[in-house]
Design a protein around this ligand. Structure first.
Ligand code: ADP
Length: 405
């Protein structure tokens, strides 16, 4: 089956075409600056690579550009739009309504729209992408894959805040957890790589990118996730603050005479390793380079990040009463061997020992713990698009949709 995977943001739209049988990426790219001017980047498995200005006033024009290029006689990878069997959409917030991937219907769109105020930045932008695809390909099956769905197995003891229960009942204020598509893919890939039954292992996935979260997966089910009601909770991230005492925020607002929106902007965009490093950078590579040149604030930012990751891993090992696999993934987790070393030093009490040669290896999946380690420590490249394609193919199979070409 040919699956078009769409990840629609407010001004960008990423896409991949994946053959679900071979899991090969036939083409991928991104439409950027939608509604501003429009930049289209595109690559195929045959080696074609394009980056050009293409006017895109809206998402419909962006999807049109993608479809035209995919079916182009010279640049394309399909002969006709109709060859696309399913479109898998990445959807950020499904609230409590969606515990798995679903066929996108009018009812699903209505239910998602009701979740918009839970994710006002992401959900409306996702839905604009869905609308554009539905308009242009009305007969193609659309599947929604939610970033929150995998985390929906969390129990009340993990997802409830210590707030009056009525606010959960009235407004569904609770912890949802994010990065679910990545956590699912990586936890399953870890078990596959280790030759384990995923329903028999306890895995902690450290998705460490610009946005970062840790997820405890016990016997195939999420039992905790460091992100909460929004992706702001948990680790110190690129620009997000992670856990902060709300009392400090009231104090800050009074001292600086800020309203709630201004405080939220600080927490989302001016904090994390960027804020700690005195605005030096939110980019972990730049921080590492600066640390080597004795930039104390850059070093402190990285130190705080590693410490916080280790604290979450330790607490999740306790929450699961043990851990078999600890997996690093995403930009920092996959590439920064120094930060992995630093984190794993805190975890020696779990019987973890790292093979320094393996820790510096670059591969799609590698075990970096040594033979004597009591816990497997792995580095696995995340692949959210492949997970979306797999989910979309599975839903299509359930619906009895068969391959067209
Ligand atoms: P997101 O998807 O949340 O935007 P990514 O998973 O792409 O984030 O991760 C981006 C982060 O990964 C950046 O801070 C970047 O500096 C970091 N990163 C990428 N490559 C390396 C590397 N070789 N060493 C250290 N950090 C890296």
């Amino acid at each position: 089956m040919k699956i078009l995977v769409i990840n629609s943001g407010s001004s960008s739209l990423k896409f991949q075409v994946i053959d679900s049988k071979t899991e090969k990426v036939l083409a991928k790219g991104v439409c950027e600056r939608i509604g501003i001017d429009g930049v289209f980047s595109y690559k195929t498995h045959k080696g074609i690579s394009i980056k050009e200005s293409v006017p895109m006033q809206n998402h419909k024009q962006a999807v049109n550009t993608i479809l035209d290029t995919l079916a182009d006689g010279e640049k394309g990878v399909i002969h006709d739009f109709a060859e696309i069997d399913v479109i898998g959409h990445r959807l950020v917030h499904g609230g409590e309504k969606f515990t798995g991937s679903v066929v996108i219907t009018d009812e699903v769109i209505q239910a998602m729209t009701e979740c918009n105020d839970l994710a006002p930045l992401h959900n409306p932008a996702n839905l604009v992408g869905v609308d554009a695809c539905r308009e242009l390909m009305p007969d193609t099956l659309m599947v929604g894959v939610f970033d929150t769905a995998f985390n929906q197995t969390m129990e009340p003891k993990a997802f409830l805040y210590g707030l009056p229960y009525q606010y959960y009942e009235k407004y569904k204020i609770r912890r949802y957890g994010f990065h679910g598509i990545s956590h699912k893919y990586v936890s399953l890939r870890a078990a596959e790589f280790m030759g384990q039954n995923p329903n028999r292992v306890k895995t902690i996935v450290c998705h460490l990118g610009n946005g970062a979260s840790i997820c405890a997966v016990k016997y195939g089910k999420v039992i905790d996730n460091s992100m909460g009601f929004t992706p702001l909770e948990g680790l110190v991230m690129g620009t997000r603050c992670g856990d902060v005492d709300p009392g400090a925020l009231e104090f800050l607002a009074k001292k600086e005479n800020l309203d709630f929106q201004q405080v939220m902007t600080i927490l989302n965009q001016e904090s994390g390793v960027l804020g700690i490093s005195k605005n030096f950078s939110s980019d972990f590579r730049e921080l590492k380079d600066a640390e080597i040149k004795y930039n104390e604030m850059a070093a402190l930012a990285r130190e705080i990040f590693a410490y916080k990751v280790a604290k979450y891993v330790g607490s999740y090992a306790a929450a699961m009463n043990g851990v078999d696999n600890i997996v690093f993934t995403a930009g920092v987790g996959e590439n920064d061997s120094d930060i992995r070393d630093e984190i794993c030093e805190y975890l020696e009490f779990l019987g973890i020992t790292i093979d320094e040669v393996k820790n510096r290896e670059q591969a799609e999946a590698v075990k970096i713990s040594d033979w004597s380690s009591k816990v497997n420590v792995l580095v696995i490249k995340t692949n959210e698009e492949l997970e979306i394609a797999r989910e979309a193919a599975a839903v299509a199979a359930q619906m009895g949709v068969s391959e067209k070409a």
